[in-house]
Design a protein. Structure first.
Length: 124
């Protein structure tokens, strides 16, 4: 099966919707949002580079997620103000947590495994 930007985009939008919804439901653990955030980043990279091999997409996605997480250690006035907006809160996050790094890693590994399994299944 050929990898399609449209398919990745549909899953990207669904992941965003699910991630925002996960923050609104009180019984959903907070790490689920970070897990879905990583999946969203992976899908975004796939939209831009649909033909790249899976390892390249994993590494780029992890680099993006880790960079955003470590950026949360930067605490200048302008970025603190940006983080108080809806965009800043969802994209840049609020504060650095090591457990977020774990959730990002787990999310990206899970979505890459799911992608690999489903693409193999579709080819048969």
């Amino acid at each position: 099966m050929k990898k399609s930007r449209i398919q990745y985009f549909i899953f990207f939008v669904l992941t965003i919707f699910t991630g925002v919804l996960s923050r609104k439901i009180s019984f959903v653990p907070l790490w689920i949002g970070d897990f879905l955030y990583a999946i969203m980043i992976y899908l975004f990279v796939r939209i831009i580079f649909p033909a790249k091999n899976v390892l390249s997409v994993i590494l780029l996605s992890l680099l993006i997620c880790y960079s955003i997480e470590f950026l949360q250690l930067y605490q200048d006035a302008w970025i603190i103000e940006l983080r108080q907006t809806l965009f800043g809160r969802y994209v840049l996050g609020q504060g650095f947590l090591w457990c977020d790094i774990l959730a990002y890693t787990f999310g990206i590994l899970c979505i890459s495994l799911i992608e690999k399994i489903t693409l193999k299944y579709k080819r048969k």
